[in-house]
Design a protein around this ligand. Structure first.
Ligand code: GRF
Length: 213
């Protein structure tokens, strides 16, 4: 008898290559999660086609049809909760979310970000890494808290900066790692191996009872 898989809703805004990595992993028989739905805030993006090719339900919640963040996020919550997910994954979802949204999915909302957080939250991370003279860069998966690109880290992957790198070559090297660590983090969550521990001030993620990072 096969165990029940954790239902996951994935939010995207564009290309959806991270979504593809999640879909590919979910196709493995031993995968402990399944993708219940993909929701995009932009119509017509490639990620929606990827979902449709994999016979996954899609919805569009267009931020342009909403007067403010509160109304957009309320619509998003309604659409996500229709699938009763155990986990919501932000995979290239390019909208800042309200505190109410983050609270609603407390401890079951994760994000992939293309930098070694807390370095370089926000946009243009690859160029900023190059400009800073850093010797390495990378990607992070983290539980989402209210501030932008912040929250307890689950897993990071590091890549070296190479001579002659530009934002594009570096982004490609980082993206490969994103595709590796995002499905891994979702598996850990689905297997019940992650916990958030707080010492009153800072929070950290535990994996199998040990600090994840
Ligand atoms: C990724 O680099 C992700 O980390 C960032 O936006 C990019 C989205 O790529 N937030 P894709 O849509 O998953 O291909």
């Amino acid at each position: 008898m096969s165990k029940e898989k954790l239902p996951v809703v994935v939010l995207i805004s564009g290309r959806g290559s991270n979504l593809q990595a999640i879909i590919d992993d979910a196709e493995n028989a031993d995968c402990p999660f399944e993708v219940s739905a993909v929701i995009s805030n932009r119509p017509g993006v490639a990620g929606l086609e990827r979902a449709q090719r994999a016979n996954i339900s899609t919805r569009i919640v267009d931020h342009k049809s909403h007067a403010n963040r509160e109304s957009f996020d309320a619509a998003l919550i309604e659409n996500i909760d229709a699938y009763q997910p155990g986990l919501v994954v932000l995979a290239g979802f390019m909208r800042v979310l309200t505190a109410d949204f983050v609270k609603h999915y407390e401890e079951r909302l994760i994000n992939i970000h293309p930098s070694l957080l807390p370095e370089f939250p926000g946009l243009d991370t690859h160029q900023r890494a190059i400009d800073s003279g850093a010797r390495e860069h990378g990607a992070s998966v983290h539980f989402v808290s209210c501030a932008l690109d912040s929250g307890p880290l689950i897993v990071q992957a590091r890549v070296p900066l190479e001579t002659g790198d530009d934002a594009e070559t570096l982004a490609a090297r980082v993206l490969e790692q994103e595709h590796r660590i995002l499905p891994r983090a979702i598996r850990w969550f689905a297997e019940g191996r992650l916990a958030i521990e707080s010492d009153g001030e800072a929070e950290r993620v535990m994996l199998d009872g040990n600090p994840a990072l």
